[in-house]
Write a protein that binds this ligand. Structure first.
Ligand code: BTN
Length: 259
C-alpha cells in the first residue's frame, strides 16, 4: 500500500484518517512493546502538538503528520542528537523536491525547524521515555506543511510559516513525500548508529541558520541576545549566557525575530 523502499523502517505502520496526535498514539504503542521503526501516520490530527507546549495545526491531507518509534542504545543526555539527525534527514528529503536554484534557501533553525526562505516548512518533536540511564524509547514526531496554499496559513503565523506547495508552486502527493522522508531517515539514522554524531553534526552545520551570527535565544523563562557559536558534540547549541560566559543550551530556541 505504501510502496516503501526502506529496509527495516516502517515495516509496521499504523495509519488513521483522524487521530488526536500521532505522538500520543505512538507512546501507547511503544509502552506496549512496539518495535523500533514502527510508525504512526494520520491524515489529520485534532490535537497535534509542537514544542514548548504549542499546538500544531494538522489539516486533513495538507501535510505529513507522523511519528516514529526508536529504541537507540544511547544515553538519555545524547537524545538531542536524534532531533538534529532527523532535521538533517528532513533537509535532504525536502532538498530533493526543490529546483537547484532554490536549494540555498533551505536551512535548519536550531534545534528542529526546517526553513525555506526564512519561513518554517517543517518541525520535529522528540519525546523520550527513560529510566535512570536507560532509554526505553524515543518518539520522533515529524510535521511538514505540504499542500497549504497561502490562504490556508493562519493569519497569526503568515509571516513565519510556509509549505512545499507555496515554495514550489505545485501540489505534491503526500504518499510519495512520506516514502522519501522515510528513506532519508533510515539512511541518516543508520549512519548515526554506526558512525556516531560527528558527521551528522557537520551536515547539520552546513544547513545551520545564523551560525556565527548574533541570535536572540528564547527559553521558557528568559530571552537574551548572544552569538551562535556552533553545535556541541552532544547536540547542544554553543553560545554565551547573559554574563557573556560560554555555555551550552539544551532547551529553548532561536527567536523568530532574531537580530
Ligand atoms: C514543532 O516545530 O514545534 C514540532 C512540531 C511537530 C509536529 C508533529 S506532527 C506529527 C507529530 N504529532 C504531533 O502531535 N506533533 C508531531
Amino acid at each position: 500500500q505504501w510502496g516503501l523502499q526502506t529496509k527495516w523502517l516502517a515495516k509496521s505502520i499504523l495509519h488513521k484518517e483522524t487521530i488526536t496526535s500521532t505522538q500520543t498514539v505512538a507512546h501507547e504503542l511503544a509502552q506496549d512493546g512496539a518495535e523500533e521503526g514502527t510508525i504512526v501516520i494520520a491524515d489529520e490530527q485534532t490535537k497535534g502538538r509542537g514544542r514548548m507546549r504549542r499546538e500544531w495545526h494538522s489539516t486533513k491531507g495538507k501535510g505529513i503528520w507522523m511519528s516514529i518509534i526508536l529504541r537507540p542504545k544511547i544515553l538519555p543526555q545524547d537524545a538531542p542528537q536524534i532531533t538534529l539527525m532527523t532535521a538533517v534527514a528532513l533537509a535532504k528529503a525536502i532538498e530533493s523536491f526543490l529546483q537547484p536554484e532554490q536549494k540555498d534557501s533551505l536551512a535548519i533553525k536550531w534545534p528542529n525547524d526546517l526553513l525555506i526562505s526564512g519561513k518554517k516548512i517543517a518541525g520535529i518533536l522528540t519525546e523520550m521515555q527513560a529510566e535512570q540511564d536507560l532509554i526505553q524509547y524515543i518518539i520522533v514526531g515529524i510535521g511538514m506543511n505540504v499542500n497549504h496554499r497561502a490562504e490556508d496559513i493562519q493569519e497569526e503565523i503568515k509571516n513565519k510559516a510556509t509549505s512545499l506547495a507555496i515554495a514550489t508552486g505545485e501540489n505534491w502527493p503526500i504518499k510519495n513525500l512520506i516514502q522519501k522522508v522515510l528513506v532519508e531517515f533510515e539512511k541518516t539514522y543508520e549512519e548515526y548508529v554506526h558512525n556516531g554524531f560527528s558527521d551528522i553534526k557537520a551536515e547539520w552545520e552546513s544547513y545551520g541558520f545564523k551560525i556565527g551570527e548574533n541570535i536572540k535565544i528564547r527559553t521558557f523563562h528568559d530571552c537574551w541576545e548572544a552569538p551562535f557559536l556552533g553545535i556541541a558534540e552532544d547536540g547542544a547549541l554553543l553560545t554565551k549566557d547573559k554574563d557573556g560566559n560560554k555555555t551550552k543550551l539544551y532547551s529553548g530556541e532561536i527567536d523568530w525575530f532574531t537580530v
